[in-house]
Design a binder for this molecule. Structure first.
Ligand code: HEC
Ligand code: HEC
Length: 325
């Protein structure tokens, strides 16, 4: 029922935003077809106006409404006992342009396919990435998409103190496994809602050589339950192929473990690459490959990513997502 209402509202919005939609379609076209699943974007389809009625979610004693969950300047905190005290920049942001980090990354850092998992990343790495977003050294291949755009805006307007506080907070969180990976030839039939695939009933369609990453329960993700889970349907054979590329036995200098640590969960100031959203990882590998992610650390990643075909990016993203974070 909810999905049906969304589609009806979406059709109305489609009429109103014809020009905007055209611009989006053009932008997405620049992404190689085999990676388009990592850059989903359809803003024309909005949900019904967010419900102001407070609800509960499994395992939490808190009550928040969908309206509160959607507020980008006040983050809902379903499990307040599960994390250190939240700095203002993560919980509230600062109007007009600094949306709360927790609004997109969730207060447990877990996030989803549309953003980035920050839980447990080294603080120095987070600070460096904020500097790279701010200077423009780090961009996305589809920088005009709203999540990427608003991330860059946040980095541009946050003060050094706010960035230090957010980096310390996210670095102290324990990573959580929120992705399950399934190798298959058939994926659920999906439609795109903003930046996500969502399931359309129980039917299936051929997966092809792409990844379909779907929220298991879209309402939970939209309610900003930081433990909302995703399933990534990946092509048969991609896990073994991804593992071989990650191990890179024929060229040990390119082995991911040599820089990202034996368990790929990061080493010193280098980030963990295990158990993260395959949509996020694919966007990064492609950004390194084409040179739009070009900060100081990217010098080490470019030769690695440059060798990857689009099919390799699918395989590596699938394999890394299957590891525990
Ligand atoms: C409007 C949503 C939004 C807000 C608000 C936001 N981010 Fe992000 N952030 C993103 C998205 C989207 C990405 C991933 C971009 C991509 O896929 O290339 C990202 C990526 C990042 C990364 C890179 C992670 C990595 O593994 O390299 C860091 C660090 C980060 N954000 C920190 C922050 C901090 C700190 C704040 C608050 C000051 C913040 N973000 C606010 C959406 C947001
Ligand atoms: C020579 C060292 C080195 C090797 C080898 C290496 N990496 Fe990296 N990797 C880095 C550095 C440094 C960064 C941080 C880049 C930055 O600051 O923008 C990084 C970042 C990344 C990121 C982005 C992480 C994030 O949170 O945004 C991914 C994904 C990644 N590497 C995957 C891989 C994979 C897959 C391999 C093996 C096929 C690999 N790396 C091998 C040094 C390396």
């Amino acid at each position: 029922m909810l999905v049906l209402r969304r589609v009806v509202v979406g059709l109305l919005a489609l009429v109103a935003c014809g020009n905007l939609l055209l611009a989006q379609t053009e932008a997405v076209k620049d992404i190689p077809a085999q990676l388009s699943w990592a850059y989903l974007w359809d803003d024309a389809v909005h949900g019904p106006s967010p419900d102001p009625q407070p609800v509960q979610i499994p395992g939490s004693t808190m009550k928040y409404s969908m309206q509160q969950a959607r507020n980008m300047f006040s983050t809902v905190d379903w499990f307040p006992e599960a994390h250190p005290s939240i700095p203002a920049v993560v919980a509230l942001g600062r109007r007009p342009d600094l949306r709360a980090c927790g609004g997109c990354h969730r207060v447990e850092g877990t996030a989803g396919a549309d953003s980035a998992n920050l839980a447990g990343l080294p603080a120095a790495y987070i600070v460096q990435q904020m500097a790279d977003f701010k200077s423009g050294a780090r961009k996305s291949a589809l920088q005009s998409r709203p999540p990427e755009n608003l991330m860059t805006l946040a980095a541009q307007v946050a003060t050094d103190e706010e960035i230090q506080a957010a980096a310390k907070y996210f670095s102290e969180l324990k990573p959580r496994q929120v992705i399950r990976v399934v190798e298959t030839n058939a994926a659920p039939t999906t439609t795109v809602l903003r930046y996500f695939y969502i399931r359309q009933g129980e039917s299936q369609e051929p997966l092809g050589r792409r990844i379909v990453e779907v929220p298991d329960d879209f309402e939970q993700y939209e309610l900003h339950n930081p433990r909302a889970t995703f399933t990534a349907y990946v092509p048969v054979g991609s896990l073994a192929k991804g593992q071989a590329l990650v191990e890179s036995k024929s060229n040990p200098a390119m082995a991911c473990t040599s820089c990202h640590g034996a368990d790929l969960r990061g080493l010193a100031d280098l980030p963990s690459i295990a158990g993260h959203s395959p949509s996020y990882v694919a966007r990064q590998l492609y950004a390194f490959k084409i040179g739009v992610r070009n900060g100081a650390g990217a010098v080490l990643m470019k030769p690695v990513a440059e060798r990857f075909s689009e099919d390799d990016i699918v395989a590596v993203s699938a394999y890394l997502a299957s590891l525990s974070p």
